[in-house]
Design a protein around this ligand. Sequence first.
Ligand code: HEC
Length: 293
Amino acid sequence: MIRRSLALILLTSACARPSSQRNVAVIADDGPQDPAARLEFRIEGRTVRTASLGDLARSVGLETVESYDGYYRRPKRFRALRLDRVLAEAFGAGGGAPLTTRHFILRARDGYTVPMTGERLLEGGAYLAVRDLDAPSWEPIGPQRANPGPAYLVWREPNQVDLETHPRPWQLAAIEIATVEAVFPHTVPSGEGAGSAARRGWELFTEHCIRCHAINREGGRVGPDLSVPLNVTEYRPEAQIRAYIRNPLAFRYGAMPAHPGLGEADLDALVAYLRAMATRKHDPDARTDGGAP
Ligand code: HEC
């Protein structure tokens, strides 16, 4: 008797649930965690399309992807959209030349900004994760407990686990077809010859650093701007800059990763680049009142 009345209570409460809640329960474990979240697609600064994750999932389909994740430091499983299909769907033929020959800039909500060649992005294995299958909602990443959703770029293959060569921007907000020169013109060491140390330093900077750091207010916003108002070479000795780039965790428990792969010549080039930018300042945010409170 007691059992039966309990069952009756459960039944009535299930029926009493508002219908919207019931719908959520039905799609909950398979589709995007946040189907209404939007992703923006741009070509050289112009937005050509915005699409919700729910719409993208319906048009390109979902797969389950399992691979080692360098942020979680273990294998992870996600529901995900194949990135080549997402890009073909979003840009269509509007991208002009084949997408593999273009340059891309991936922008995250937190200011992380990664340039990547189309060749790399479309080499196969790139997916847009839209649901964490190992947790009821997104499992947070790292000491900052960052939430990687609603869209997290992941790579499927065992040879795609290095975060330097195969970056995994989380909280992806926009995918843009553009070169670094076009989007961040004030990061270029203009006037420096093609083979100069400053030029090579700029190339290294776009490959390893611009995803977090801006120069002249252009680039990532995870770390500080390294050129304005004061260029880092104007307030830190060179030896300290080199040591910091190699192993920032020896200085502070911050958010900058170590760069053990950069050799002495690479550090020479990076410092030459930073120095070159000290004489090419451009600061749209500069205060004109001399900084008076
Ligand atoms: C994942 C993001 C990230 C990447 C990639 C990164 N940095 Fe940083 N960087 C930071 C953050 C955040 C700080 C602020 C202090 C901290 O958290 O360590 C910082 C601090 C610095 C500083 C010290 C600035 C100061 O005045 O204290 C230097 C110099 C620097 N970075 C250079 C570089 C260079 C050069 C590269 C590329 C080889 C690079 N960083 C790559 C995030 C990053």
